[in-house]
Write a protein that binds this ligand. Structure first.
Ligand code: ZN
Length: 453
């Protein structure tokens, strides 16, 4: 019996897509041998047991919103968690929620809110990204400065190991130091050490107030000062500190973009500041007082505070309108991390090096400055692989010198594996490979991602 025949048994005819039902997903998703769509953890276990015996590669699929080709499943069985999308339990007293891995992020957020609680992970792909994908990539996004990355929001999980063994580690406790914290092996390891099937999420109190402002800042040196001053002045309510370099601000506020300029053009930096608190009137007053002081001291050159929920949304929509960068296509997307004190010189070095080789280049820069995470999107008028490599050498080379990371929040996938050693030393990479061998000796789980097999 062939492997596909064997897989059809636990999955049934609708659980396994084959032949013409399997589209070619190009570089990002590849052309899988078949797409398995299990409904339960025991079906995931059966799939992995059979694939392990046959030495058949398996690539777990969540919402397929990743940006580093981590879901490329060429020649593999794509294991889609799309039918495992139930919210199984919400405990308002403990502030925890248990969900299946295929749950869409926005559904989790909406369900938490309906129960008077809050799941703080927030990112552009919220409407299609899944919790399993968020876990396997250790997703970051807009509110890491306040609530941490996905790693900080997961209390426990269930994962299926390469040979089909089900590891149930559905811890609900905030504090549990009874030996190794095994869930961490599966968080951020991009499906190379196991397939996450369920998770226990940590919820937070639902904020009762939101304040949003857009600030214009005249020099980079003011940004870290502003950040630290707001962190202290806003009494722990600061939840986002997102910076847009002026080219990006211009792009998202000129047609065909829908956005209008809340502040005039001409400043080098625009900062979206958000606070989430517990009392609208008190928090509004503090927000206005603190921003007023920044304006008075000159740290902030201009400012507009949103006066309604819809104004808050309009300011956030500018920062979220990242698809506008496609107007400069062909483009390359980078997600780097470095110390805030290094950023100005880093961006100047990269822009200078790119411009000296491609005088007409464009470079959009924006990101989660409060977390040291920038998205850098150059367009050099050439989308070839050779151009990509040349741009990567410039972007990552300048980063390596500064001790930055080639991946702040998107992961390594296929796209960045040649540069892993720019940000990790040989001992670190060797230990990663040891873990891979220990958990997946046959090398069937998302092979070729993070490092070459
Ligand atoms: Zn981001």
């Amino acid at each position: 019996m062939s492997l596909l025949d064997e897989l059809r048994e636990p999955l049934g005819s609708t659980g396994l897509l084959e032949g013409g039902d399997v589209p070619d997903g190009g570089y990002r998703f590849g052309r899988p041998l078949a797409i398995a769509r299990p409904k339960t953890t025991s079906e995931v276990s059966a799939i992995l047991r059979l694939c392990h015996a046959a030495r058949q590669p398996v690539v777990a699929w969540g919402g397929k919103t990743g940006l580093v080709a981590g879901a490329n499943a060429t020649g593999a069985i794509a294991l889609s968690l799309e039918r495992m999308n139930r919210i199984e339990e919400i405990d308002a007293d403990a502030a925890t929620m248990m969900v299946e891995a295929g749950c869409i992020l926005s559904n989790v957020c909406d369900t938490a809110e309906a129960a008077g609680l809050f799941f703080p992970l927030d990112l552009g792909a919220r409407g299609s990204a899944t919790i399993g994908g968020n876990i396997s990539t250790n997703a970051g996004g807009n509110r890491v400065i306040r609530y941490g990355m996905m790693r900080d929001l997961v209390l426990g999980l269930e994962a299926v190991l390469a040979d089909g063994t089900i590891l149930s580690s559905l811890n609900h406790l905030v504090k549990n130091n009874a030996g190794y914290d095994l869930k961490q092996l599966f968080i951020g390891s991009e499906g190379t050490l196991g397939v996450v099937t369920r998770a226990v999420l940590r919820l937070r109190p639902k904020p009762k107030s939101q304040q949003v402002a857009l600030l214009a800042v005249a020099s980079f040196a003011q940004l870290p000062r502003l950040l630290r001053s707001l962190e202290a002045g806003l009494a722990g309510t600061l939840s986002a500190f997102e910076v847009m370099w002026h080219d990006f601000y211009e792009l998202v506020t000129t047609p065909p973009a829908q956005g209008k300029k809340p502040l005039p053009a001409g400043y080098p930096y625009y900062v979206l500041v958000e606070a989430l608190g517990g009392d609208q009137a008190e928090d509004d007053a503090r927000f206005e007082r603190v921003l007023g002081a920044e304006l008075e001291s000159g740290t902030v050159a201009d400012a507009t505070i949103a006066k309604s929920r819809s104004e808050c949304n309009r300011i956030w929509a500018l920062r979220d309108d990242v698809l506008q960068v496609g107007r400069n296509a062909p483009i390359f997307t980078f997600d780097v991390s470095l110390g805030i004190g290094e950023m100005d010189a880093y961006i100047a070095d990269v822009a200078g090096a790119l411009r000296s080789r491609w005088p007409k280049m464009t470079m959009m820069v924006f990101g989660h400055l409060g977390d040291g995470n920038l998205h850098v999107i150059p367009g050099v008028g050439d989308g070839s692989l050779a151009a990509r490599r040349a741009v990567e050498e410039i972007v990552y080379g300048a980063l390596r010198e500064r001790g930055g990371s080639v991946s702040a929040e998107h992961g390594i996938g296929l796209e960045k594996r040649e540069y892993l050693d720019f940000s990790r030393n040989p001992t670190e990479v060797a230990l990663m490979r040891s873990l891979k061998r220990a958990l997946d000796p046959a090398g069937i789980l998302n092979p070729g991602k993070i490092f070459a097999p």
